[in-house]
Design a protein around this ligand. Sequence first.
Ligand SMILES: CCCCCC(=O)SCCNC(=O)CCNC(=O)[C@H](O)C(C)(C)COP(=O)(O)OP(=O)(O)OC[C@H]1O[C@@H](n2cnc3c(N)ncnc32)[C@H](O)[C@@H]1OP(=O)(O)O
Length: 380
Amino acid sequence: MEQRKLLHNLLAKSQKALPPRKMKDSFIEVLLPLGTDPELRDKYLTVQNTVRFGRILEDLDSLGVLVCYMHNRNHSAMMSPLSIVTALVDKIDMCKQSLSPEQDIKFTGHVSWVGKTSMEVKMKMFQLQNNEDYWPVLDATFVMVARDSENKGPAFVNPLIPETAEEEELFRQGELNKGRRIAFSSASLLKMAPSPEERNTIHEMFLNTLDPKTISFQSRILPPKAVWMENTKLKSLDICHPQERNIFNRIFGGFLMRKAYELAWATACSFGGSRPFVVTVDDIMFQKPVEVGSLLFLSSQVCFTQDNYIQVRVHSEVASLESNEHMTTNVFHFTFMSEKEVPLVFPKTYGESMLYLDGHRHFKSMSVPVTLKKDYPVEP
Ligand SMILES: CCCCCC(=O)SCCNC(=O)CCNC(=O)[C@H](O)C(C)(C)COP(=O)(O)OP(=O)(O)OC[C@H]1O[C@@H](n2cnc3c(N)ncnc32)[C@H](O)[C@@H]1OP(=O)(O)O
């Protein structure tokens, strides 16, 4: 960090002072040679002979940061004065149920939109099929933010100029995504009451849980094929050891995502009674950095279900060893699909009802429902 302090004078005073970049300037293609490197394969292997999605989340986070460094590269400087941090995982859509640990994987990524200090990064993942063609398996959109060399204040990023009609469309989409995120967050149930339709849903669910034999709002019974939301929880605790730190001496975002994903998967698995697979990850906001040495408390809960789908929310809090004060750092949303139909979840309290509605909102925003499309080969 002492060395990084010296990089301060390389920071631009305004965005205009930085040369504009093209999308191809930040384009990267990275190979994960699972097919030829058995030692590497072990790190990615699940007991069902598929690829650990938690490891892929770590790779996407590192790739997102690397793409941003490419975009902001100053060829005359040895080191970048920017600290790039992950602010948001906007969306990760899977196009395939499971990945083979024996075939190579290819990642591509580039910056698709920039603001003043933030950048949207689009990443794709492809897997080799039958040693012939690469097929698309995953699409991801992250938002990364540039901070100064000590990660203490904001820093400008290079402007981005779209060149082709396709790039213009991506850039326009980036602008729309920003607006959508603001609208989604201002309609948050933490700030606003549910819509009339949502209120009806909750009241109907409440009525469905009243015991018809008693005239009381207190005696609640579960409808058939349903589970109380409070009985779907799993919790974990991790100590954030220095091994998981990033170059800015904070805990690596990919590690936090992997831990949250693995707990969410276990929650969906014990709830649904079969091994689920992840379909979508969305809206993971990194609100606060996690200090090395913190205690990481994760609480996972099924908050919405429909047919074979299980929507899981993981709340992450940190506390230092010295203080008991807990601070929320992230909320994660994962959509899983189970092999068989799963029970319904019923909220008991008002707070749980809000979790249910929030889960439903996230479920509705899923862009690859039911059929995992895109099963065709491409040249990445
Ligand atoms: C290999 C190395 C890996 C390293 C990667 C990691 O592991 S990083 C570790 C995991 N991540 C973290 O620890 C980050 C923790 N979070 C933070 O430190 C902070 O929340 C933050 C720096 C991201 C944002 O802080 P602030 O909101 O106070 O910053 P500020 O208001 O100046 O906003 C900066 C820019 O970010 C945008 N921004 C902020 N939050 C956003 C969000 N949730 N979604 C989209 N965009 C967001 C703003 O619009 C603005 O863009 P414009 O200026 O364009 O309008």
